[in-house]
Design a protein around this ligand. Sequence first.
Ligand code: SF4
Length: 506
Amino acid sequence: MDYIKANTAPRREDRLGTCIEFGGTVGGIAEPFCQGCLKNRRRSFSQGTICQLLPAVAILTSLQDTVVIVHGAIGCGGAAHALGANVRLGQWRGGDKNPRGALWLSTNLNERDVTSGGEEKLRQAIVEADKRYRPEAIVFLSTCVPGIIGDDIDGVARDLKDKVSAALLPVHCEGFKSKVMATAYDAIFHSFLRNLIDGSDETEFPVFDPEAAQASEAIRRKRLVNLLNVSSMTGPDQKELIRLLGKLGLEVNMLPCDAHPEAFRLAPLASLSVGVCPTHDDYFMSYLEKRYAVPYVGSHMPIGIENTGNWLRGVAAKVGQEAAAERIIAQEEAELGRALEPLRPKLKGKTCVLSAGEIRTLSTARLVQELGLEVLAVRPYHYDPFGQPEVERLSDVNPGIRLNVATAQPFEAVNILNRVEPDLYIGHNSDNVWAAKCGTAVLPIYGSNAIYSGYAGVFDVARRIHRHLENNSFNERLVKNVRQPYRESWYAEDPYKYIIGAELTA
Ligand code: SF4
């Protein structure tokens, strides 16, 4: 279905049947998911979740030469303050020796705007941002308030199109519309495809023309591939993937994170799109294929030994470099194997629980299995069809691994931790804090200077796991000195007690 003609991308719940409520095992999710039984589930009690605005702001504030306007109440986008250091680091790595950090503004809607409308404030903010910063692009995000009162942000973009020099990119990111934060990825790509790549409004859409597509084959840059990155990939991650693609003789047009708007305009001219996370990239890559005949690969996240090999094989198959890929993989795996030798005996048999975005959690779980750890539970933020192959691979090792699909929900996390008592918890810092308070050793699944991707990532994760397991004295003392927020009685309850329709499993 061609979603692009609509102003907004569809909700992930509707497009993919995505769910964020499940408690069971990796061997037990396929059937209820395929039968649609997990659709429209909900929790009767929910503690902390993630609004789609957070990943949207994280991606958009990293863009070069771009101003981000959060159109909403002042609190919306507040989490962007925590992203400042990362954005500055990205700019510094990109060669800016005096990085200015994230450039984002708020229209600061108040009670009066709720009754009289916020479009005028948005208009003023766009004109002011264009005059003050002269950016290549201005992205403005619609939040809950303008979504509810009906501000027409696409109309504002049309009105101002010829009055400002920046490209205008309205993004519909109202938190209340979707419980799945990954909907933000589609919302961003939707706007960039409509307004920057197709470069048209809904009245003048280019119709796919096979002859024009063939002609564009001729001018396509043979060695250029779009490499889709995610905001939880670090600079060293990107360097590792560019290194591996470089070994196949490929040049990289990296986007969306840290990219210049020009990178999006270049995307239809690439010979291939390479994704690193199917749940993140499919909306963009499948549209480029359909409209501009740019093929894509992206069913594996290059985290872990097997995943990285399969990722490279997928790329190589598209560019006719299969034999070269096999040589590279054999050489890299041999080198990695030697580097891992002293660490393996120290990691063998340790136990682990993981939590983060869907594919990130499941791929990293496979990585730690490859290192000899036992995975006791995985807690992806959501679940959709892209997670199925990853879950199946975990299930092949042990179908009884606990699977808790939950965006945050720390009360479920601590209940599970109390039952399985792992040696290690791997998650984002917002999750890790709960595990640390339980006394468990924690490893951040993302960190500005760390590396997780490719073969270098496998070694670095192994090295850091070993270090955290060797000395967990801080968390061991922490658990003795903090007051837990939950009553003892909660730990005796089923962790999925509040998921309506769940079969209790504890
Ligand atoms: S849920 Fe709505 S009001 Fe809250 S931060 Fe997200 S967009 Fe803003």
